[in-house]
Design a protein around this ligand. Structure first.
Ligand SMILES: *Cc1c(COP(=O)(O)O)cnc(C)c1O
Length: 235
């Protein structure tokens, strides 16, 4: 809508915020990647971000994401990340269309994605989603089960386990949130020492980007801060 022409400017601002947080916590800004979450936003908005130089985009809904990917096939250097909940009957669409999948939490889905990923493609990059607050309404493995799950999916040749992802509960104190992020960082560091290709800690969104970076995030997922507020979805 009216803020289309602000997307390039927003991206610049978010990249500055990211770099400032990195420097404030003695981290290399190049170690922290920005995923632009384009769910509910039109292809025209993604193109504006693309023209501003951005290449990594995140989608939450399978059908919506696949439609955009197919419409944008000629933008062949875009890297598409699936970050939403996935039902097993939709896994094939993710295996066939996306480059990354951040919300892996069930072995059954891991096996399906592995079978459905074409051997002509690079392995599907996956992150294991951790339900850090033991929230009954959220997907994810529990913190204490995550390492065993990472171990279980190591041998699936068409998946490449790149790290961990979490979506903390929105309503909690900054101190609680920081503790959750710190628990993720501890687990991430432990796994990184043990598993090949393990280099991604996907945590932090528009509102808690710098706190996440202070606790070791390597990929922040920002929607609102880049594309503006979303209309509520009907589904
Ligand atoms: C929507 C969403 C985001 C982006 O949230 P904003 O608050 O708009 O930055 C990040 N991660 C996931 C998993 C999401 O669903």
């Amino acid at each position: 809508m009216s803020n289309n022409n602000h997307i390039a400017q927003n991206l610049k601002q978010v990249n500055i915020a990211l770099a400032e947080a990195a420097i404030a916590y003695s981290r290399d800004p190049n170690d922290i990647h920005l995923l632009a979450v384009s769910k509910t936003k039109p292809v025209s908005d993604i193109i504006l971000a693309y023209e501003a130089g951005h290449r990594n985009f995140g989608e939450n809904y399978v059908q919506e994401g696949v439609e955009k990917i197919q419409q944008m096939k000629h933008f062949s250097d875009i890297i598409w990340h699936f970050i939403g909940p996935l039902q097993s009957n939709k896994s094939k669409l993710v295996a066939e269309n996306f480059d990354w999948m951040h919300s892996l939490a069930r072995l059954k889905i891991a096996k399906r994605l592995n079978e459905q990923r074409s051997i002509d493609k690079l392995p599907l990059n996956v992150c294991v989603q951790v339900n850090i607050d033991k929230d009954p309404n959220k997907a994810g493995v529990l913190l204490q089960d995550a390492k065993a799950f990472v171990e279980e999916i190591q041998d699936l040749p068409n998946l490449r386990c790149r790290g961990l992802m979490t979506i903390p509960q929105a309503k909690q104190s900054a101190a609680q949130l920081k503790q959750s992020f710190a628990n993720m960082q501890a687990l991430f560091d432990e796994c990184k020492g043990q598993f090949e290709h393990f280099d991604t800690l996907s945590m932090g969104m528009s509102a808690d980007l710098s706190l996440a970076i202070s606790q070791g995030s390597t990929m922040v997922r920002v929607g609102t801060g880049i594309f503006g507020a979303r209309k509520p979805m009907s589904k």
